[in-house]
Design a protein around this ligand. Structure first.
Ligand code: SF4
Ligand code: SF4
Length: 452
């Protein structure tokens, strides 16, 4: 007997339509009000017992639902399949993901940043040891992925060059795909440097902007006190022609609607509205990050309210909306055995919150990986399929139990752990559907113009 997915979400949209979303597959579709009524009778019949007598319309809808993974045959247990994928990816040894901080130094002095007072640059000896670390693991790998991180990684471009070239060579020799990305404050990412990054297979960059120019220049000042906003925007305007650029705007309680409107206006004037993926990030008062500004940080439930409001503004101002409730097999690298953060000394970490804090290291690239190390096990141990609150959650495929550090280190539990999707799924789905509709209309208008 067929069955409906436990991860279906249906909600009214414009007159005559419902939005149908499935958290297990990420499918998003429009359903007519008529089909919504058929869905209800179908659901009731399937729940009533085996061998239901379905009408032609119910059978037709069932076929469409199966196609979009909103329904399955009886022999498929979607939660069990998801748990299997989760475990496969936790223990996957075919992809090596490294987030590498070639330096902890930074050219900015943001008040919430845990790295601001840290120094240290990767020595030539550590560079060699890191190449050896990757070489040793390359046989048997299908993919090597690096993310350059810091500090500000652009301050150690020579190290990125050395390591990138070596990793690209290792990838060629072992027939392993090599991909790379970058997290940068964007100030030093000049057109010449972007061209070099592209040569080193850096395909995407994430840049943080903390508000419109007048606020960003205060919140993210250069160490020498000079403003950075204008240079960053110029750099992004070039970077979007060469690589995928996402812009993170860190949100705390000092932001309001007018500030976001001002920022969006400035980005639109720079012609970036349809070229970047802008998203809003929650700054959290974790053990080390943001502890000095904890009072201005949101908890997720409150963040989700302003997040929805700000996404509405993105839509209104014609920005692309990239944020989607997409399914993922794990929440983050802390749940995976072959993903590591590496600091300039070659120390291995499990979480962005702790990079550079030697007491939180789980070992060093020069030694064998110790999966019994307390700093590995502490964050790895959490399994959302063993947490009743999450096991029965209809957003489990998207959230996977949330940030392990929030749970294990901050001691949050229950709804405090939930991602903002849990609080704002309905309005966000509406915004995403409207954004897709606007994009379709733009494409249709462009096609019609071409045919004139
Ligand atoms: S444990 Fe949480 S803070 Fe740490 S890397 Fe994962 S998601 Fe980020
Ligand atoms: S943390 Fe919340 S939203 Fe995430 S899976 Fe668990 S119950 Fe669901």
């Amino acid at each position: 007997m067929p069955k409906l997915s436990r991860y279906n979400h249906l909600q009214p949209w414009t007159e005559g339509y419902y939005i149908a979303y499935n958290a297990g597959s990420g499918a998003l579709a429009l359903m007519t009000t008529e089909n919504r009524a058929v869905y209800d009778t179908l659901a009731a019949k399937l729940a009533a017992g085996p061998q239901p007598e379905l009408t032609e319309k119910e059978n037709e809808l069932l076929g469409q639902l199966k196609y979009g993974r909103f329904a399955f045959d009886d022999d498929h247990d979607e939660r069990e399949a998801m748990q299997f994928r989760h475990n496969m990816d936790r223990y996957d040894q075919t992809t090596l993901a490294l987030i590498i901080a070639p330096t902890m130094a930074c050219n900015m002095a943001c008040p919430y940043c845990y790295e601001s007072n840290k120094q240290g640059r990767m020595s030539a000896e550590t560079v060699e040891a890191l190449i050896g670390f990757v070489e040793k693991r390359a046989p048997g790998l299908q993919g090597i992925n690096t993310t350059w991180y810091g500090g500000e990684p652009m301050l150690a471009l020579d190290i990125i060059e050395d390591l990138s070239k070596s990793f690209m060579d290792i990838g060629k020799e072992s027939k392993t795909a090599y991909t790379s990305s970058l997290i940068s404050n964007g100030y030093l990412m000049t057109p010449e440097i972007v061209d070099r990054l592209v040569e080193w297979q850096v395909g995407s960059v994430q840049v943080t902007i903390d508000g419109p120019a007048r606020l960003h220049n205060v919140k993210r000042p250069l160490k020498n006190g000079r403003p950075s906003f204008e240079t960053i925007i110029q750099n992004i305007a070039h970077a979007v022609t060469k690589m995928k650029v996402s812009v993170r705007v860190n949100i705390d309680k000092t932001f309001d609607r007018d500030i976001i409107v001002e920022l969006l206006g400035e980005l639109k004037t720079a012609g970036l509205h349809d070229k970047i993926g802008l998203y809003f990030g929650l700054i959290e008062p974790s053990a080390t990050v943001c502890s000095n500004i904890a009072e201005s940080c949101y908890e997720t439930a409150d963040f989700s309210k302003v997040e929805t409001e700000y996404y509405r503004l993105l839509l209104e101002y014609g920005f692309r909306i990239d944020k989607l409730p997409a399914p993922s097999s794990t929440y983050c690298m802390a749940q995976m055995t072959n993903s590591f953060l590496i600091d300039p000394k070659g120390e291995l970490y499990r979480c962005f919150n702790y990079v550079g804090d030697a007491a939180q290291s789980m070992g060093n690239i020069r030694n064998d990986i110790n999966y019994q190390h307390e700093n590995f096990r502490r964050l790895f141990a959490f399994d959302p399929f063993h947490e009743p609150h999450c096991y029965d959650c209809n957003l489990l495929p998207v959230c996977m139990g949330g940030c392990p550090s929030r749970r294990g280190d901050r001691g949050l539990s229950g709804d405090q752990m939930c991602e903002s999707w849990k609080h704002n799924l309905q309005p966000m789905l509406e915004i995403i559907a409207r954004s897709r509709q606007a994009q379709q209309q733009q494409r249709a208008a462009a096609a019609a113009k071409e045919n004139l």
